[in-house]
Design a protein around this ligand. Structure first.
Ligand SMILES: NC(=O)c1ccc[n+]([C@@H]2O[C@H](COP(=O)([O-])OP(=O)(O)OC[C@H]3O[C@@H](n4cnc5c(N)ncnc54)[C@H](OP(=O)(O)O)[C@@H]3O)[C@@H](O)[C@H]2O)c1
Length: 267
């Protein structure tokens, strides 16, 4: 047997034939619920879709107190990131650190979510640039001495275009922000990690539903980072690592895309 014979053992000569793309089963609306639009319906993974805050997840519920905790939220100036940062401020976090590129949005978010006893800081940084991210983590550690939670939320949604229509630049931007950016931030956070340090990745159902036309770049980049988080979970067992599907919310990202949504988060 030659070396090449050995190598050939690793390959199958049978062509891979994909006969059908499995469809995610749609769930019927729960009793008394209005039917949701088809897109939202296809993306629901739970029996009940909540559009308002309820007691067990309320930041005002003492069981959810974040007193003593410091949280870094990437993309904390807008949309879901701002809402998450606001919830941490309401639940009494010691420090909330907002990171993004748009200084004015970060400042406005900081003003809006100020809460007594909570120090809210904001830093303009691009998550795809390691030096900028490192500087933010250093500043946060110098001030607070620890970071307990990272919300890996900053993300990019490319234009909704079929594969043969989208530019490579726009296609790859999803990977720059959603994959490289996420890795850069997570690597920096992992260096600071203590037992119990927590990462929440704002993932998307788009990573898992079988097919949604025009979202090849977004879906595949979200799936890639979901997998990376699984490795972080296993390889950094001192940390608690979560992938979260936030549902569909009307934000700048979905406004740009015309993506049908369920909850309007404003700016
Ligand atoms: N809205 C939905 O229905 C939905 C559904 C599933 C998942 N998600 C996920 O939720 C997360 C937040 O999205 P959103 O809907 O709230 O959108 P959004 O309002 O457009 O927010 C995106 C955030 O990402 C930040 N960002 C983008 N590129 C960045 C970069 N290179 N460096 C630093 N920050 C960057 C933006 O901040 P700057 O502009 O200041 O840089 C902005 O704050 C994303 O990961 C998205 O994929 C959203």
């Amino acid at each position: 047997m030659t070396a090449l014979d050995g190598l050939s053992l690793g390959f199958s000569t049978t062509p891979l034939v994909i006969t059908s793309i499995p469809e995610l089963p749609l769930m019927a609306p729960a009793d008394g619920e209005e039917p949701l639009n088809e897109h939202v319906e296809a993306y629901r993974f739970t029996k009940i879709v909540h559009e308002t805050v309820y007691d067990s997840v309320s930041p005002l519920n003492p069981n959810n107190s974040a007193v003593g905790k410091v949280v870094v939220v990437t993309g904390g100036g807008k949309g879901i990131g701002k809402a998450v940062a606001s919830a941490f401020a309401l639940s009494g976090a010691t420090g909330v650190v907002l990171l993004g590129r748009d200084k004015a949005a970060l400042e406005a978010s900081r003003e809006e979510i100020q809460s007594p006893g909570v120090k809210v800081l904001c830093y303009a940084a691009d998550i795809t640039v390691p030096d900028q991210v490192r500087a933010v983590f250093k500043a946060a550690l110098d001030i607070f001495g620890h970071i307990d939670v990272l919300i890996n939320n900053a993300g990019y949604l490319s234009a909704a275009k079929d594969f043969d229509q989208i530019s490579i630049e726009d296609y790859w931007e999803s990977f720059e922000v959603n994959v490289k950016g996420g890795i850069v931030v997570t690597l920096e956070y992992v260096k600071t990690a203590q037992p119990g340090s927590t990462i929440v990745n704002m993932s998307s159902a788009a990573a898992h539903v079988s097919f949604y036309q025009g979202y090849s770049s977004y879906s595949s980049s979200k799936l890639a980072f979901w997998r990376i988080m699984e490795f972080v979970q296993h390889e950094c067992p001192q940390m608690r690592t979560f992938n979260l599907n936030p549902g569909t919310c009307l934000t700048d990202m979905t406004r740009k895309s015309g993506f049908p949504t369920q909850t309007d988060l404003g700016k």
